[in-house]
Ligand binder design. Sequence first.
Ligand SMILES: Cc1cc2nc3c(=O)[nH]c(=O)nc-3n(C[C@H](O)[C@H](O)[C@H](O)COP(=O)(O)OP(=O)(O)OC[C@H]3O[C@@H](n4cnc5c(N)ncnc54)[C@H](O)[C@@H]3O)c2cc1C
Length: 409
Amino acid sequence: MKSILVIGGGIVGAACALRLQAAGVQTILIDPGDKRRGASYGNAGHLGPEQVTPWSAWGNVLRAPQSSFGMGGPLDFRWSDVGLWAPWSMRFLAACDHSAFERGRAALTALLADALPAWHRIAELAGAPDLVIPHGHATAWMTPHGAERGLAAMAKAQWGATTYREMTASELERYAGVLKRVPTAAVQVSGTGQVSDPQAARDAMLRSFAERGGEIVAGRATRVEASARVALADGTTREADAVLVCAGPWSRALMEGLDVTTPLIGERGYHLQSAETNWPRDLPTTVFEENFIAVSRFTTGLRCTSFVEFGSPDAPGDERKWRRLRQRIDELGIAFEANPDRWVGSRPSLPDFVPAIGRLERAPKVLYAFGHAHLGLTEAPITAEIVTAMATEKTPAIDVRPYRIERFR
Ligand SMILES: Cc1cc2nc3c(=O)[nH]c(=O)nc-3n(C[C@H](O)[C@H](O)[C@H](O)COP(=O)(O)OP(=O)(O)OC[C@H]3O[C@@H](n4cnc5c(N)ncnc54)[C@H](O)[C@@H]3O)c2cc1C
């Protein structure tokens, strides 16, 4: 293959475009250009190879009522989008079946095993090795009851290639300077990390892509044809030897145009970010489990993220979610600006929480990489290596059959 059109310039598209161009495939990246639109802009920046367990699990179904927004939890459904999430939920329940769940866990374990090394490799390729900060992450509890429950759940969970240990009293003391009080308990996870800033990571990849001769087209694809011709909203068309669909949750419409069942939904999350912060750079991303927030220190400031709200990726944000997030930040006593940056965006989620990565069986000129759900930042570089191997007729490092989109009928 000599040339390829990459549709979507989120972190998955940016990583794939850079890898493909570096491998000698003339690559054209098509994206409308609004950097805040996709989850790649507003995420928590966590490189999380520990998350080998799919969210499609009966335990999550049983916990759903107490996790709901109305009960103070992070889970919500946009009623006006019931037509989207009701059929998706039926597939989600089917994916909770024991054998489907175990297949999902095996697929995520294989993909995540080399995810952090793949981040180091692509950061080197982009000439920005400092993007990756491999200092692990933490989960903290503010009450004895929360700590007891949380630690028990951690002991039962699978951890992939990562490990954890309880923090010592002096490690917990580090939080005294940034919280109202020191957590009751916390664990330090090793083998995980963070990026210095999610948008900076994408920018570095796109810069290196352009420097290597890659072309960026500002536009929105409206139709993908099996022949690898792509129609754009401005009425023009582009053609190449192949096309890669990686437009996050918006991949659904493009794939359905090719008659491919693609049950993607927007699993929407929110952030508040304060440019001013006293949170030290070397205090790793910390999840406050009872408060349902993740706190991440980036070069651009301190970001707090939360919520899983099912609905359309194009719906406006819900003011109550930002208010709740602010309440959680104040409860913990985190120093934050009065008017922080507010953002909402969608995780592109398939019902089994396994991404779709592959080549269409009925239309082999069409490749795809979307549906990375909660782990798109973590998995983007390893996905890019797999896609590039497929595009250049090499054997990918892992068996790609579990990621076929054709698993959905
Ligand atoms: C609150 C929150 C926190 C998260 N935290 C983490 C984390 O800590 N670690 C982690 O690994 N993951 C995290 N995620 C998940 C991660 O952010 C996503 O999985 C990832 O960003 C998805 O990347 P993407 O490139 O597939 O899609 P997107 O980021 O959605 O990018 C898609 C791109 O395609 C473009 N596009 C759309 N339609 C078209 C079209 N028709 N033609 C051309 N271009 C188009 C869009 O404009 C966009 O630029 C988080 C997500 C959220 C919401």
